[in-house]
Write a protein that binds this ligand. Structure first.
Ligand SMILES: Cc1ncc(COP(=O)(O)O)c(C=O)c1O
Length: 401
């Protein structure tokens, strides 16, 4: 994957923009979009903003005609600012506030994916206050195991997401009877990093049966939203989405309804890497440590859900390879970027690229340990530019009063 980024360019970025720095490839990003387009020519593809909400990337995706899946008022703001059309935005999330529901109505987003009966009441109240009809989609929890890490598994009963089919049916009937609600879509999202089409096949069959049952009861939906989650293994681009399209075919073939999908990670992950510099090498017990200048506040995934990102030196040194714990400066034993990583033995000052870091990297980053957030750089062909400057110490205290 490193070959997607010219070596000289990466070295120049590290020298001029500093490290740690997220580097994104516009070419790789757009290649994923086109693969989705080819596999889903009829569907509305709503990029899941949470994967990476950087304005520069989102502007590229909006220009490609994608819609957006947002989960907060802040993401809705950023989606609109990046140029995503409101009528291609779906608003998901288990805890939308009254203010967020009102914002979604005021901006006329395509669908509001409601996740509980009480949220449906709140949406009805918001619509009544505004004097508009709200287009409702209900998020269904189909109780399907996507066989992924439990922190990114959302389609099982017992998680906080969505409602059962039985409850969804009651909610749709209630929406159909309301003067302020219009039943417009049904939604599912099984989880993230799903590498098999099987759970999608199961979900599409269940969704199809449900939507047909609703139609027979006189409630005809216009959108069937099957969520995101198609995996991209660390160090690789996503598996061809044609397999996903085949699995979702039953949900795409529902009389007059438009299929919506919400890919995030599979689009953004392969397009980004995190560049870090080795600060020190040390031994503790039998382990060899590389202390680098990127930490869990920059890339939380390894500590949070045990993800393994390939870590490669920009200029591998000759000589023996070793196995290293690649750790950051944050004061937590859980602060690691990679564990048991095989590498040619690096020296302080060497640059390492942490691959597949374009999704849930910068968007999950924090200021923990009062570390200013990293810069972001976009590479297009041989040129590059900083698209988010590195935070300064002053940024750390700017909101304090
Ligand atoms: C509702 C919803 N849609 C789409 C996604 C995107 O998932 P992924 O980035 O794995 O494609 C998520 C991720 O959490 C989500 O919660």
């Amino acid at each position: 994957m490193l070959d997607k980024f010219p070596l000289k360019t990466l070295e120049e970025i590290a020298a001029k923009a500093g490290t740690p720095v997220y580097v994104y490839s516009a070419d790789v990003l757009l290649r994923q979009v086109r693969a989705y387009r080819k596999a889903f020519p009829e569907a509305l593809i709503c990029y899941a903003m949470k994967a990476n909400s950087s304005g520069a990337l989102c502007r590229l995706l909006a220009r490609e005609g994608l819609g957006a899946d947002v989960v907060s008022g802040g993401e809705l703001f950023r989606a609109l600012r990046a140029g995503f059309r409101a009528d291609r935005i779906v608003f998901s999330g288990v805890g939308k506030t009254a203010a967020e529901l009102d914002l979604a109505l005021s901006r006329k987003v395509l669908l509001i994916n409601v996740e509980s009966a009480q949220e449906l009441d709140a949406l009805e109240a918001a619509a009544r206050r505004r004097g508009v009809m709200a287009r409702v989609s209900v998020r269904i929890n189909p109780d399907i195991d996507p066989k992924t890490h439990k922190f990114i598994s959302t389609g099982r009963s017992g998680t906080k997401f969505g409602v059962s089919f039985a409850e969804a049916e009651i909610m749709f009937r209630r929406a159909a009877a309301s003067e302020w609600l219009f039943p417009s879509g049904a939604h599912m999202h099984l989880g993230s990093q799903i590498h098999s089409a099987a759970p999608y096949r199961q979900a599409a069959a269940a969704m199809s049966a449900f939507v047909k049952r609703l139609a027979a009861a006189g409630i005809k939906l216009s959108y069937v939203d099957m969520g995101g989650g198609w995996g991209a293994r660390e160090g690789a681009e996503m598996a061809p989405p044609a397999a996903l399209a085949r699995a979702l075919a039953p949900a795409a073939a529902l009389d007059g309804a438009t299929l919506v999908i919400e890919p995030g990670r599979s689009i953004a992950a392969p397009a980004g890497l995190l560049l870090a510099r080795v600060l020190y090498t040390k031994k503790s017990g039998r382990k060899d440590f590389l202390v680098v200048d990127a930490a869990m506040n920059d890339l939380m995934r390894p500590a949070f859900y045990g993800s393994r990102h390939p870590i490669v030196p920009l200029r591998p040194r000759r000589g023996s390879a070793g196995r290293f714990e690649v750790v950051g400066p944050v004061c937590e034993s859980g602060d690691f970027i990679g564990t048991d990583v095989r590498l040619p033995r690096p020296e302080p000052g060497d640059l390492l690229a942490v691959l597949s870091a374009g999704a849930y990297g910068m968007s999950m980053s924090s200021n923990y340990n009062s570390r200013p957030r990293a810069a972001e750089v976009l590479v297009a062909g041989r040129s590059w530019k900083v698209v988010r400057r590195r935070e300064t110490d002053l940024d750390l205290v700017r909101q304090e009063c």
